[in-house]
Write a protein that binds this ligand. Structure first.
Ligand code: SAM
Ligand code: SF4
Length: 470
């Protein structure tokens, strides 16, 4: 991979005070991929000389990295833009300029409309163009209203500087985007329009980034993609690898203790990846596998291309490969056409599978998606009632799953201080938060913990070594 830092002539000069470096503040909404993208935009701007600002009031450039998946997510962006306008005006009154850039999926979907609604925005950039950010900042500084929402011919990853550091949990856990976009066109979803067609990063680029993350302290890497298990990367020898092979290669990296991936589509869960769950101890026994609905009529209307029975068969296969696998999912209630009987099928599927945790949403009509134009929209109150019923069941299942962990000894990767003073905190293999009184020197290590108590959302326990010594 060729990494070309932005051309020097394009780098923006300090915006206000020529001596101090200009400062950047990034606000992120949405999925883990946006968290990753925000970190990479900060990397690009660091090369261009920008230091970090902790608050918008201290920033010469504020980037809003946005999410368009549901109506409410998009509306939050406009509320924040209203607040930022006041900060921008206050800075202007003090003789300091503050530029505002809107990035991510709202920017991609709204483009010029966004600037029409919020003319104080300087830059609108889509998720595929953030490697060009320094150039955009230079142009905006010269007075241009920059809108870059095309899908450029070049691959942004070829132009990004190396990822600076793991992004989360004290640098011990890191996200690594390996796949972007989606060709599946579910009826309700904006992703194929905002993120474009499915693309996979080459295996060598993924492995090189993983090596750098581990060298800078990451002990856990979560591979990311809108459809992560659709990843098919070109291998160094020209062959094509699937996710199963990639996971096996990553597991060989010394120092990398845990591998996760999200989000997967049931149709892309191939046998090699399933067998990696059996064969690779570093691949954590926790899988986020969205099903959306348990009713075949609705799954067909959603264009999911799998039935409820397909999903249940897949879960059986996965559990045969890895019996302690814990599952998580996404559900949408109130998709156009969903009847009480369809909703009952979804509840039945949830009871059949038994989820360790899950995300659930009321259907939100997204302009331009096929479902938004359909008749048979479900009454909003009916959607609310179904969501409450479904979430109550999922909460019970999560609590039951955590309770069932009491008495088990689970490896916990400690990543920082716990909730209470004197505690350290981390995550179990099943992604449950674990907090206990322990030596801060254990942060950064994976330690066997016997779980002694569990609440619906977290657990505590005794560190095995201490118990053995006691
Ligand atoms: N690629 C993943 C998959 O196929 O399951 C999903 C990615 S999407 C960013 C995350 C979740 O948002 C979806 O699984 C779905 O449950 C939810 N979602 C997407 N569009 C939605 C909409 N229009 N209304 C409500 N929820 C939606
Ligand atoms: Fe959206 Fe996922 Fe469907 Fe793609 S597979 S359209 S990202 S819900």
């Amino acid at each position: 991979m060729t990494i070309s830092p932005p051309r020097a002539s394009l780098l923006p000069l300090p915006l206000d005070h020529e001596a101090a470096p200009p400062r950047l503040h990034v606000i992120t909404w949405g999925c883990q991929m946006n968290v990753y993208d925000s970190a990479r935009m900060a990397d690009v701007m660091a090369v261009a000389g920008f230091a970090r600002a902790d608050a918008p009031a201290d920033a010469d450039l504020v980037i809003l990295n946005t999410c368009h998946i549901r109506d409410r997510a998009a509306e939050k962006v406009f509320s924040e833009l209203g607040r930022l306008r006041l900060v921008q005006q206050a800075r202007a009154a003090a003789g300091q300029r503050m530029m505002i850039a809107v990035a991510g999926c709202v920017a991609q979907a709204e483009g010029a409309e966004l600037r029409a609604r919020a003319p104080w925005v300087d830059i609108v950039l889509g998720p595929q163009t953030y490697h060009r950010l320094p150039d955009m900042v230079a142009r905006a500084r010269a007075g241009e209203h920059v809108i870059e929402t095309d899908f450029p011919p070049e691959d942004k990853f070829d132009f990004l500087p190396e990822a600076a550091a793991p992004q989360t949990a004290g640098g011990l856990t890191a996200f690594l985007t390996i796949q972007e976009g989606c060709d599946k066109f579910c009826s309700f979803c904006v992703v194929p329009y905002t993120r474009g067609a499915e693309t996979s990063r080459p295996a060598a680029a993924v492995l090189a980034e993983a090596r750098r993350l581990v060298a800078s302290g990451a002990r856990e890497i979560t591979l990311l993609g809108q459809n992560v298990n659709a990843w098919h990367g070109t291998a160094p020898d020209g062959a094509t690898w699937g996710m199963g092979r990639l996971v096996r290669e990553l597991a060989e990296l010394p120092g990398l203790k845990r591998i996760r991936y999200t989000t997967s589509h049931p149709r892309d869960m191939d046998d090699d990846l399933i067998s990696a769950h059996r064969d690779v101890p570093a691949l954590m026994p926790f899988l986020h596998l969205p099903v959306q609905s348990g009713a075949d009529r609705i799954l067909a209307a959603m264009n999911r291309k799998h039935t409820a029975a397909d999903y249940l068969r897949l879960v059986d296969k996965l559990r045969a490969a890895r019996p302690d696998l814990a599952l998580s999912s996404d559900f949408i209630v109130g998709h156009p056409g969903e009847t009480d009987a369809d909703f009952a099928d979804t509840m039945a599927l949830i009871r059949d599978v038994g989820f360790a945790q899950a995300f659930s949403f009321k259907y939100s009509a997204r302009p331009g998606t096929p479902a938004a134009g359909r008749g048979e929209q479900v009454d909003s109150d009916v959607g609310d009632a179904r969501l409450q019923e479904l979430q109550a069941l999922l909460r019970d299942q999560q609590a039951a799953f955590n309770r069932a962990c009491q008495g088990l000894t689970l490896n916990v990767l400690f990543t920082g201080p716990g909730r209470q003073p004197g505690q350290i905190g981390g995550r179990s293999p099943y992604l449950q938060p674990v907090h206990l009184v322990g030596d801060a020197g254990l942060i950064g290590t994976e330690v066997p913990v016997t779980i002694t108590a569990a609440s619906p959302t977290s657990m505590t326990g005794t560190i095995e070594k201490e118990r053995a010594c006691a």
